[in-house]
Design a protein around this ligand. Sequence first.
Ligand SMILES: [Zn+2]
Length: 563
Amino acid sequence: MRLKLLSQLIGLFLVALASLAPAQSPPQQSAPSRADILRGEYGPWRANNDLLSYDLDIRVDPEKKFISGKNTIRFKMLKDDTRIQLDLFANLNVDKILLGSTELKYTRELGTVFVDFPAPLKKNSVQSIEFYYSGSPQETGRFGGISFRKDPAGRHWVTTACQGVGASVWWPNKDQQQDEVENMRLHVTIPSALTDVSNGRLVAKTDLGDGYTRYDWAISYPINNYCVSLNIGHYEHFSDKLGDLTMDFYCLPENLEKARRQFAQAKPMIEAFQKYFGEYPFKRDGYKLIEAPYSGMEHQSAVTYGNHFANGYLERDWTGVGVSLKFDFIIIHESAHEWFGNSITGSDISDMWIHEGWATYAECVYVEAMFGREDALKYVNGYKSKVKNQQPIITTRGVNQTPSQDQYFKGALFLNTLRSVIDDDTRWWKLIRAYYNRFKYHNIMTEDLVAFFNQQTGRNLTPIFDQYLRRSALPTLELRFQEGGGVSYRWKTDVKDFAMPVKVGRSANWQANAQLPPVRHDPRSAGWQTITPTTEWQTMKTELKREEFEAATDLYYIDVVKY
Ligand SMILES: [Zn+2]
């Protein structure tokens, strides 16, 4: 008992410190560079046009690590103007930019290409320019951006994974998230011994007679730039079907048996996501899962995979609670982005939790569908060990800075909390399904999502969203115990008007041996009740002693301080 009390005291001290620290010295994000503004801002020469389509036609020479070709960019002008902003990494050459037969002038600044027209393009007119380029793109960033590698057998393996870095690391485009083309054609010419697997449907494969073969892919949905992907290698192929959804799998020849075994997880996963969120979003283009030399990426209709054909994440128990070894983290997480990230897209990188928080929560939904609610609760709470609570999840709009990793882990824990706030599972599943269906194929900001949740629930959830997403610290439930029974309670939060229900009751393990793993709360059991603290003190009667009284912290991601 002494030990327990001591540990509680230490815990209380640490919690108090943790909740003080961010308020006293908020960690500053470094000042954005000119490059971050150019890439991140939806400036006047981006906002003056609306993308219609890309037709990217390139030749890739793996031996020379060289790309050349053109992107035909169709767009509609939204106002009269003489300039638009496109992007291409500075180390790649702009060979020429044509409007019809007219060669256009352009100005380059870092990764940006400002294209100037000799006469104003009229509002509502549809324009088409051909952007010719060439060069040796450089491998950069967490996933390589674009990499010219060899597979373990020494054969060429050229892949792209350019989220964050930007698609303009290997092809010219309007490199931002707010505006997507309606559809795209992708023509990839490569040495005939190799295969290219890209997004969409393969509509033609043509031997050009010069040792090269051209693969023509048609993408029949809007697509993020960073999802456009090359996977050029010696691929084996096998396929399956889920109803009328085609499922195609590609791996190196040596991994065929392992892939057949591991990729079998894709079908029940898609069934689970269809049940909880809605139909697979890119049915016309099919679902593909493609081996790649990095861990994985959510390339639309062409998810890439490099998770060693093993469960967990890179063979680790990802959330450390024994659940993630039951499934392949990369297949589940990256494919979840088909719904959250590719179909619903955040308009600005500052709101990237719309992709990552939701895809991470979708992992938990998958766990619940496959292994049950207990495992799902264990799994999501396992993410607590990864959360830092040092920076808000939502960062400064219009700046090309990836938010902190809290966008994944705290994002998922927040959605788990929101489910407890709704406190009705039938309503919760209806609500997130309605959310997905309302915004599928749209580019949105958090404000859109919050307005939808407020409207659907008839509640003002904005202060809750704001505290979790726009502030660093967690809400702290302060409990002040009174002599002779009773407890006062309130939320300590940065956001005013914060009011969030929370379940409290008798701790199942308050007397348990400290050596045993903690017994999780069962708020359905007798003696538990929902209270709605605000930032003002309220008092309730309770027979529970200080040590017995507990909040359901696996249903609500909160700090608790007892006085
Ligand atoms: Zn992700």
